[in-house]
Design a protein around this ligand. Structure first.
Ligand code: NAD
Ligand code: FES
Length: 274
């Protein structure tokens, strides 16, 4: 059993939770994920590791309440236990000295890009971060991202904080201004698609995280199958990070919405039992 050491809401429907799991902390690398299960009957959900605390032996996850399990998770408190907390899983991010790197974090995707931005900076890169949120109240981790970035730009869709507009607007300006060696984009699928389309025009290598398509994260359900160039890959085993220019975003978008009806039914059932 894995104890919850702390749990707090950091934005509307977004939660930050520290879980006691020293064996995960010891081996975790940026880009990797865990699979948790609340109880013996619960579904398995994969979540990317946001941060670790070696001294405390805790793993920090940040998640959005979107379905039945994440809503149940949000209702747990400090001192409660999770049945399973398995990891680290997946391939770690490619961290080396690229030069000038732009890290684009969209909404909750910012939680995933943080460990990567931190590691890229420690590897000697100049890290320029662009964070996008629907409005000021949805912006997360501004201070932490500031600490690991040489430059930080913020956009909100409604203009309530930072620049008005989408992350792609600032990214285009950065690409026009100076040479960029790598773009890492993590956020909603449409954001990663449009970032990849843009950077392709500039010939800039782009990495995206296809975490949202994973279901059980075990390599067995086959749900996370994606076409990367000419090859078929499993996101939970071969990824979650891939070359954005090789991803078939049309197929990904269809696959990503496949279980929407089942998720809605599960959520309705959950509400009825509350
Ligand atoms: P959101 O819909 O509020 O979008 C966040 C920002 O992304 C926007 O403010 C905008 O700047 C940018 N964006 C969105 N659509 C865009 C488009 N079409 N073109 C350019 N930029 C665009 O995000 P949210 O609700 O906070 O995040 C939830 C989404 O993030 C879910 O879809 C979830 O699956 C995904 N997510 C992805 C990962 C990952 O590893 N890729 C991790 C966590 C969450
Ligand atoms: Fe089931 Fe990858 S999520 S096989």
């Amino acid at each position: 059993m894995y104890q919850i050491k702390s749990s707090q809401r950091i934005a509307p429907a977004v939660w930050e939770m520290d879980i006691m799991a020293p064996e995960v902390v010891e081996r975790a690398l940026p880009g990797q994920f865990i699979i948790l299960r609340i109880d013996a009957k619960g579904e398995r959900i994969p979540l990317t590791i946001h941060d670790t605390n070696n001294k405390e032996g805790t793993v920090r996850i940040i998640f959005q309440e979107v379905g039945k399990t994440t809503k149940r998770l949000a209702n747990l408190h400090q001192g409660d236990f999770l049945k399973d907390f398995l990891g680290p899983l997946g391939q770690p991010s490619e961290i080396e000295k690229f030069g000038r790197v732009v890290c684009v974090g969209g909404g909750v995707g910012t939680a995933v890009i943080y460990p990567e931005a931190k590691a890229l900076r420690e590897a000697g890169n100049r890290v320029i971060s662009v964070l996008g949120a629907r409005s000021k109240e949805f912006l997360i981790l501004e201070k932490k991202m500031q600490e690991v970035s040489d430059e930080l730009y913020i956009t909100t869709d409604d203009g309530s904080y930072g620049r008005r507009g989408l992350v792609t607007g600032v990214l285009k300006e950065l690409l026009d201004k100076d040479k960029v060696d790598l773009v890492v984009a993590i956020g909603p699928v449409p954001m990663m698609k449009f970032v990849s389309q843009l950077t392709r025009e500039y010939g800039v290598k782009t990495v995206v995280s296809l975490n949202p398509i994973m279901v059980d994260g075990t390599g067995m359900c086959g749900s996370c199958r994606v076409r990367i160039g000419e090859e078929t890959k499993f996101v939970c085993v071969d990824g979650p990070e891939f070359d954005g220019h090789q991803v078939d975003f049309e197929e990904l978008t269809v696959r990503n919405s496949r279980f929407r009806e089942e998720e809605k039914v599960a959520l309705e059932g959950h509400k009825c039992h509350q």
